[in-house]
Design a protein around this ligand. Structure first.
Ligand SMILES: C[S@@+](CC[C@H](N)C(=O)[O-])C[C@H]1O[C@@H](n2cnc3c(N)ncnc32)[C@H](O)[C@@H]1O
Length: 429
């Protein structure tokens, strides 16, 4: 565990310096080559734990140190150990001893003593310190204050539940490829493999415990894909009919492209701006034995477009990811309030550009994994005010088919069964 703490401290240091965890985690893992797969997995868990409860760990650390810890790695190591002491069931003295050993490995002579003193003081003073933080929402909820304030303003009834949900472990949900097997048959396969799971409706199956994908029976053969149940609404809402020309404009890694093609025979073009991510679309299509045109392109301009209108367009636009923060715990600390406006501007450009490519009578489904109104309902209201040839159709979630928790106007709230997503369906008049 000492090795896991060290790796997690590297990753947390990188995130606190402004880098994504998706980039920082592999970098941190590569720095400690002797780590076993178990230690690597533990390091990943510790990094998530620390970033999930960062504000709380940071508040205790500030209270326990008269001046900021000068070395970034020791600072991060203390955050990791405090997060463990606060939110894991690991033995307290083992956590402290391992953190002291990890500090020793840095060869900073003062570090072992400091780590030992801070963590032992925490164990002694925890209750007294905790009473100082009860009025600090940032510490209680573990989000930046601007994020809490925005949710309070936009969801006066649900904001607390949404914040709490964002600090839970995300569910691992599969989409059964109904071209290759059925939900019932796959549930039986899982049962035989000793993996408890539950059908959520539609093609969605939620695992009781997450597992690495390569352990899932039939993954390589394309029987299933990993996809949140909320995201599995996109394909049915888009209402693709046999033979239609469909554009998935922000498609990588291809979850929704593949779901559409598993459901209906259609001519799908999958576009994305990122070459490396686009390769994942091609890989997923191959694994699932599906065919689509895969194109590198910017959904915000038309230089890749052949001029032939699409019957259906899926615009799963880049966004703040505020609805999936439990999967991307670093986002809480990396995002800034001004990012929301920046995303809204980018989304507006993508939406207006794609609208030119939609056939008359065609439908465009706008999707985000955000819960902030600026990227969602306000975005669509603005679009409708600028485009008189657009009408908004109701998004009909048939909850007896695939259950979901809805706020008004196409907003799915994050729950234990699905992520927070927004859907708006537009038709061209
Ligand atoms: C929310 S993800 C899409 C997820 C995907 N639809 C799925 O279900 O697997 C957003 C994607 O938009 C891509 N993207 C960002 N800006 C873009 C742009 N201007 N044009 C096209 N793709 C873009 C990103 O690379 C990213 O892959």
């Amino acid at each position: 565990m000492q090795i896991a703490q060290m790796i997690a401290a590297y990753a947390v240091t990188e995130v606190l310096a402004g880098h994504n965890l998706t980039v920082s985690m592999p970098k941190a893992l590569s720095r400690v080559r002797q780590a076993t797969p178990q230690q690597q997995a533990a390091a990943q868990d510790l990094s998530y734990l620390t970033l999930r409860f960062y504000a709380e760990a940071a508040a205790y650390l500030a209270a326990l140190t008269p001046k900021p810890v000068s070395d970034d790695r020791i600072h991060a190591l203390l955050l990791v150990a405090l997060a463990q002491l606060l939110h894991s069931d690991a033995d307290h003295f083992t956590v402290v001893n391992q953190a002291v050993e990890a500090a020793g490995a840095t060869r900073l002579r003062w570090a072992k003593g400091l780590v030992n003193a801070v963590l032992r003081n925490f164990l002694r003073q925890r209750a007294e310190l905790q009473s100082r933080f009860t009025a600090r929402e940032e510490v209680v909820f573990n989000y930046p204050q601007w994020w809490i304030d925005l949710l309070k303003q936009q969801y006066s009834e649900q904001w607390q539940a949404m914040l709490v949900q964002g600090n839970q472990h995300p569910p691992m949900t599969l989409r059964v490829n109904v071209r290759k097997t059925s939900v019932q048959a796959y549930l039986e396969t899982l049962l035989q493999a000793g993996m408890a799971a539950q059908a959520l409706g539609g093609a969605a199956v939620k695992l009781e415990k997450p597992v690495p994908v390569h352990q899932l029976p039939g993954f390589a053969e394309g029987w299933i894909s990993v996809q949140d149940a909320g995201a599995q609404w996109a394909a049915p809402l888009l209402d693709v009919q046999t033979g239609m020309r469909v554009l998935d404009a922000c498609s990588a890694p291809g979850g929704k492209t593949c779901h559409i093609l598993e459901s209906v025979e259609a001519e799908v073009t999958a576009v994305d701006l990122e070459p490396v991510r686009l390769q994942r679309v091609a890989d997923n299509l191959h694994r699932l034995s599906l065919l689509a045109h895969v194109k590198l392109g910017d959904a915000g301009n038309a230089d890749w477009y052949d001029g032939c209108p699409f019957d259906r367009i899926l615009a799963d636009v880049p966004c703040s990811a505020s609805g999936i923060v439990r999967r991307h715990v670093d986002m809480k600390w990396l995002r800034r309030p001004q990012d929301i406006e920046r995303f809204a501007t980018q989304q507006q450009q993508i939406l207006s550009n794609l609208w030119q490519m939609l056939a008359k009578g065609g439908k465009l489904l706008y999707v985000t994994c955000s819960v902030f109104h600026q990227e969602n309902d306000m975005q669509i209201q603005h679009f409708l005010s600028q485009h008189t040839d657009a009408q908004r159709l109701p998004v009909l979630f048939n909850e007896s088919d695939l259950p979901c928790v809805l706020a008004k106007g196409g907003q799915l709230l994050p729950t234990s069964a699905h992520d927070g997503l927004f859907y708006a369906l537009l038709q061209k008049l």
